[in-house]
Write a protein that binds this ligand. Structure first.
Ligand code: HEM
Length: 521
């Protein structure tokens, strides 16, 4: 039997080889070769026939090249923030310029007036982020009416009063952060890898606040949340290229590529489904996002969001909230360690406010820490989580005071990183100076020159929660510990990781010397 099967297999392979050779010989004859060449030429023409899109409109910008458009470096080597710096400072992007992702034309602008117009005044024409949206239900990728309905159902979940219910969860997770920082100080001669600790804190905090599951990242190095999060936040170059290609290639090609996020989504979907089922049988107090979303009602008193929508939102809270906050904490830690005067002022404010509140880090106490608030604003000015924000025209649009006509579907990328480092808006821009955010200083600037959380009705829905948990973590660390540079700590501003799509400290680490404060010894 085995011999018979083997001879069949050998015959089959032989036939297939013979058939391939016949086809190849046929292709290499003049007529099929001409057809193939014509098909390739047609494909090339179809792909590049848009390449004069910006030139025809008189918009400056880099010359597009087949097949990457203007973003060749982005896919393979260049960091997105460096590419944006280049657009902003050399290609006219400070006002506006046009570039291409593959064959997709995009407008890039760093003009605060135009940014404000697109994100606020003419928002009804720019409600969407991506043309056609994605098939998923995550708030980040929903479009049009679907986005409006989901956003207005979810917005109350992020109000100050709802945040208070997550206060205790965040305080508990921050206690772990300082405990493990002190453990690492003892075992590592005072040097602590803070990025890893901040990431564990934000992971545990978002898993308890979004999914209602207490994470164990401080105690279990193989914690499932951590493993899945790493897949998404630290993609390999190949996965990064896949992610970019799926978003920007024409969807007929992009959808054929494998989706690197599938495994991660499957894990979070199963976890949330189990949790929703459990909560249907057990009365749960509203102490996390999952419960608040389950209790969100429409005007008829029915549940406003379906199970699949709630699952999608929990996943996006996790993806959007975990690494961004850990990076903001790491950049703040580096900035304070290398600006001792700023750290001293922050610690003095923390001591004074806590004393007024009987040593308790209440929500109200946090709100009184205005210097800490300025430290975070300055940190996010120099190190926003992402280099740009994006909107897509839902109908034809003419840029105000110009005759530049953008057809429906055109994507507009608005500068965050490059604009926030422009000396015209922030003199001596690379210097860390929280007092740039004193009310009288803020008043002198255009409001759209500080947009780390985006701008307008489609800005970051997690803004308040992000600032709140960042402040809780910083206060918990700074009330007992002082941060100092080590011999190898780079001078400010902290250099950035080139391989990442978002703004991440170089090497994705933040090693600092940590010592107990005098008062705590
Ligand atoms: C330091 C931390 C964070 C930064 C700097 C940040 C920044 C941003 C930015 C720039 C956007 C795009 C806004 C726009 O297009 O105008 C955004 C959107 C979003 N962020 Fe955040 N984010 C942070 C933390 C969080 C957290 C903790 C959550 C959830 C708990 C979150 C959830 C979202 C969601 C759902 C959107 C999409 C909003 C929509 O399309 O309606 N973010 N974020």
């Amino acid at each position: 039997m085995l011999g018979w099967l083997l001879s069949w297999a050998v015959t089959l392979v032989g036939w297939l080889l013979w058939l391939s050779l016949v086809v190849l010989r046929w292709i290499l004859t003049p007529i099929p070769l001409a057809v193939l060449a014509a098909a390739l030429a047609y494909g090339y023409f179809k792909f590049t026939n848009n390449f004069d899109f910006w030139k025809a409109r008189g918009v400056p910008g880099p010359t597009p090249r087949f097949p990457w458009g203007s973003d060749f470096g982005l896919v393979f080597a260049k960091a997105l923030h460096d590419f944006d710096d280049w657009l902003y400072n050399t290609q006219g992007g400070k006002k506006y310029c046009g570039f291409f992702m593959f064959n997709k034309p995009m407008l890039y602008t760093g003009d605060p007036d135009l940014i404000r117009t697109i994100t606020i005044k003419d928002f009804d024409c720019f409600t969407d982020r991506k043309e056609g949206g994605s098939k998923g239900e995550m708030l980040t990728s929903l479009n049009g009416q679907k986005w409006k309905t989901a956003r207005s159902a979810m917005s109350p979940t992020f109000s100050a009063s709802k945040l208070k219910v997550m206060h205790q969860l965040t305080l508990d997770n921050a206690k772990n952060l300082t405990h493990y920082a002190q453990e690492e100080m003892k075992s590592n001669g005072g040097v602590v890898e803070l990025k890893a600790l901040f990431a564990k804190f934000t992971m545990d905090n978002i898993s308890s606040c979004a999914f209602g599951v207490q994470g164990k990242s401080f105690t279990d190095p193989k914690d499932a949340f951590g493993e899945k999060a790493k897949l998404m936040s630290q993609p390999s170059s190949f996965v990064k290229a896949l992610m970019i290609a799926r978003v920007y290639l024409p969807s007929s090609i992009g959808n054929l590529l494998p989706n690197p996020s599938v495994e991660c989504y499957k894990f979070f979907t199963k976890l949330t489904q189990q949790n929703i089922k459990h909560r249907e049988t057990v009365d749960t107090p509203p102490r996390d996002f999952l419960q608040l979303l389950l209790e969100t009602k429409d005007k008829d008193g029915k549940r406003a969001l379906t199970d699949s929508s709630i699952i999608a939102q929990c996943i996006i809270f996790f993806l959007a909230g975990y690494d961004n906050v850990a990076n903001a904490l790491s950049f703040a830690a580096h900035s304070l360690a290398t600006s001792p005067e700023c750290q001293r002022r922050a610690q003095e404010e923390i001591d004074a406010v806590l004393e007024r509140h009987g040593g308790q880090l209440t929500y109200e106490a946090l709100m009184e820490m205005t210097y800490l608030d300025r430290v975070l604003s300055e940190t996010l000015r120099l190190f926003p989580a992402v280099a740009r924000m994006e909107r897509c025209a839902v109908r034809d649009y003419t840029i105000p005071d110009t005759n530049i006509h953008l057809p429906k579907g055109t994507t507009v990328q608005m500068s965050i990183y490059a604009m926030q480092r422009d000396p015209e808006h922030y003199p001596d821009p690379l210097r860390f100076d929280p007092d740039r955010f004193l009310p009288e200083e803020k008043e002198k600037r255009h409001p759209a020159t500080w947009v780390p959380f985006g701008n307008g009705p489609r800005n970051c829905i997690g803004l308040r929660f992000a600032l709140f948990e960042t402040k809780v973590a910083l206060v918990s660390v700074l009330k007992d510990l002082t941060l100092l540079p080590t011999e190898t700590t780079p001078p400010p501003p902290m250099p950035l990781e080139k391989k990442s799509l978002s703004i991440v400290p170089q090497g994705n680490i933040m090693s600092l010397r940590v010592v107990l404060r005098e008062k705590s010894k």
